[in-house]
Design a protein around this ligand. Sequence first.
Ligand code: SF4
Length: 294
Amino acid sequence: MPGHRRVSHPSHTLVAMTAPSTRPTPPTAGPRQRSLSPSRAADFKTCPLLYRFRNIDRLPERPTVEQARGSLVHAVLERLFGLPVVDRTPENATGLLPEALRRLTATDPAVAEVLAATPDAERTLLAAANALLAGYFTMEDPRRLAGTERECFVEAEVAGGLVLHGYIDRLDVAPSGELRVVDYKTGGAPREAFEARALFQLRFYALVLWRGRGVLPRVLRLMYLKDVQICDFTPDADDLERFERTLVALRQAIDRATADRDFRPSAGRLCDWCSHQAHCPAHGGQLPPFPADQ
Ligand code: SF4
């Protein structure tokens, strides 16, 4: 496992950054064979049946206020880092909220559904998102971060021809070329299970950057905006090599399960947050027929 450091109090020791010299490869059209994203890998690792429901059956999931709030805060932080450095203030972040919510409502039916649920849903959502942004500004001053990539698409081929890809919330690039992977967390799931999944995601990105750019990130950072807490992890090359083998084996297990049409439920604490209990045998539900085109 990578080294782990939890910072309970805000960290103001920030590294001056410069603009990155290279941009990642843009996404290509259409699905790839033998590819894996962190969310799909984590779904299968958490519960193979959840993977099937989400990625093979593509069953709809009930939209939640927490997801809408998370999408809104991520959108605002992305836009905030698109502003000139001196303009990245708490006031401007708050000012970005209404427009970001309008765009999300227009493009994301789940957010639109959450807003339509109650008369004061929009006001409540904006207030909650603003509180999370305040938590963010307690932890760092974005005016001191010059070199960042936001919503950064990364992709790399690893062992066995497996292509790993995903989007990183923020990638800080130091003048020396050192990388810091930053992932914003807005809460909503049990902390232990959530953090294990988040760390899995960060190791995934560290491996992609290492294999894709030849740079082992110096820091993997989780920023908990609600709790105003930073968790830093130091990736380790030996750990990432083991993790790479784990991902290749995971992809093979997914391929086997798909060929056999056999995705087993793995019940646990995250079942409370799962939208698919009605279809899950572990909760007395009935499996839908396996899609014929898979
Ligand atoms: S309810 Fe639990 S066991 Fe069933 S699919 Fe969802 S996460 Fe898996």
